[in-house]
Design a protein. Structure first.
Length: 115
């Protein structure tokens, strides 16, 4: 059975084809991800700041490391006026709730949640 030398999809995949180097048509057509970079981010943040609203941005806060880190970056590094928001679906662990509480306390941002 023919398989792609890059991704290991085989010839049973619908509408797949292979080139002479056994690279599949999906691998050949994929676009290379090119990040916009921090300069573009800074432009967007400045645009938000220029609006001069009560808040520059909203962070959906789950208590996990990703959203907590974003909140840290927004407040401490990019100096944004932030609001955090949590939608508690009833499945949050006490650990996550404690993290949220701590993050709100440390950053001092306004926090909106559904409880
Ligand atoms: Zn492939």
């Amino acid at each position: 059975m023919k398989t792609c030398n890059n991704c290991l999809l085989d010839e049973n995949y619908p509408q797949i084809s292979f080139n002479e180097n056994n690279i599949c048509s999906l691998c050949e057509s994929k676009k290379i991800y090119k990040p916009f970079g921090e300069e573009k981010l800074l432009d967007i943040l400045q645009w938000a700041k220029n609006k001069n609203a009560e808040y520059d941005a909203l962070v959906p806060l789950s208590g996990g490391k990703d959203s907590t880190y974003i909140l840290h970056l927004a407040v401490n590094i990019y100096k944004l006026r932030m609001m955090a928001m949590t939608y508690d679906n009833g499945l949050f662990s006490q650990f996550a709730k404690d993290n949220i509480e701590r993050a709100i306390q440390i950053t001092g941002v306004k926090h909106f949640n559904n409880h």
